[in-house]
Design a protein around this ligand. Structure first.
Ligand code: Q9C
Ligand code: ZN
Length: 338
């Protein structure tokens, strides 16, 4: 599989996150990439498409915040990674607060998404990785490509980070594919967690279909999005499909949801597919609770490939590092078998 990755993506290396009220080692660690590279072999270095494609999805003030947050943190006398602790709730205004703690609350929604010294640069190159994979399909005639994005992207919205995500790589390429006339575009999100950022970005947009199979947010992060009755709004009404599944889900019920998502994508008339691939549906993932096996990853890839659409896969989560490379390569083998 044609795969893109930049070494600069490893510049993002926070130390720890707040998990269930305790500090733990940052689960979205740089070691994830080592496991994947060891299993998949050669990767290509991405080109630089600049900030414009990022700004087509994210707000300029959010980019400025991300670019300066860690420096502001240090300037305001802090050490280590920048982490917020106070969040504006419903109906608070978007005030222009200069204090870093206020900004971290304004532009983020959880304490699991630290901003370290290399976060902006690594996330920037993660997005370039996705854009390069898109260009391979759009301009070089490839019918599929894999963007080894890290940090992941699907929890990031237009003006917020969260869930280890800063730039929404899937949304950036889905939007650019649509603008290049490759649409209608569908995004299929198979990460364990609901892709709230991607959903938010396209919620009122009838040109990009968003389908997600994920842990029921009644039980799992991100709680406030991903419920089955969220179906899109205005022009986007009917162009969002949420298929929450219970903890403990195995292939037999996962397959049914996947079939429904793929059928909806066909019915929508998609001509280009972005897949947000997370391996955190794997049995034994340290922060997740489905029970898919490595061979099921291949089945997901093969089922997606049967749609016969130009397909760009972007990496999202997956935290069982010893199994991560095998899971990603099984998924890619499934995609290629189609
Ligand atoms: N106690 C992705 O997989 N922490 N992000 C959950 C559960 C955040 C996952 C805490 C998980 C974010 C891309
Ligand atoms: Zn996840």
């Amino acid at each position: 599989m044609l795969t893109y990755y930049s070494e600069k993506q490893a510049l993002h290396a926070p130390l720890r996150e707040l998990n269930n009220g305790e500090w733990m080692d940052f689960a979205e660690s740089t070691d994830r990439i080592g496991s994947i590279l060891a299993a998949i072999g050669d990767v290509k270095t991405p080109d630089d498409y600049g900030e414009a494609p990022l700004l087509a999805v994210h707000d300029p003030d959010y980019l400025s915040f991300l670019n300066s947050a860690h420096q502001n943190w240090l300037t305001q006398g802090r050490t280590g990674d920048a982490i917020g602790y106070t969040y504006p709730v419903r109906r608070r205004r978007k005030l222009d607060i200069q204090r870093i703690d206020g900004q971290l609350g304004l532009y983020g929604f959880d304490a699991a998404t630290p901003i370290a010294s290399g976060t902006f640069e690594a996330s920037y190159w993660g997005a370039q990785t996705a854009l390069s994979a898109l260009d391979a399909i759009a301009s070089d005639g490839e019918d599929m490509a894999f963007a080894l994005c890290r940090p992941p992207g699907h929890h990031a919205g237009r003006d917020y980070c969260g869930g280890y995500c800063y730039f929404n790589n899937a949304a950036i390429v889905a939007n650019r594919a649509r603008q290049s006339g490759l649409g209608p575009v569908a995004v299929l999100d198979v990460d364990y967690h609901h892709g709230n950022g991607t959903q938010d970005i396209f919620y009122q947009d009838g040109e990009v279909f968003f389908a997600s199979i994920h842990a029921d947010p009644v039980m799992d992060y991100p709680y406030f999005w991903g419920h089955a009755d969220e179906k899109g709004e205005n022009e986007g009404e009917g162009a969002t499909l949420n298929l929450p599944l219970p903890r403990g889900t195995t292939w037999s019920s996962y397959e049914v949801a996947l079939g429904r998502a793929l059928e909806a994508i066909s019915t929508f008339g998609a001509r280009f597919l972005v897949i947000s691939y997370g391996a955190d549906t794997f049995d034994g993932d340290p922060i997740s609770h489905f029970a898919l096996q490595t061979e099921d990853m291949q089945r997901i890839g093969a089922a997606v490939a049967a749609l016969n659409l130009p397909t760009l896969a972007v990496m999202e989560g997956g935290y069982k590092i010893e199994a991560l490379g095998d899971n990603v390569s099984a998924f890619l083998a499934g995609l290629e078998s189609g």
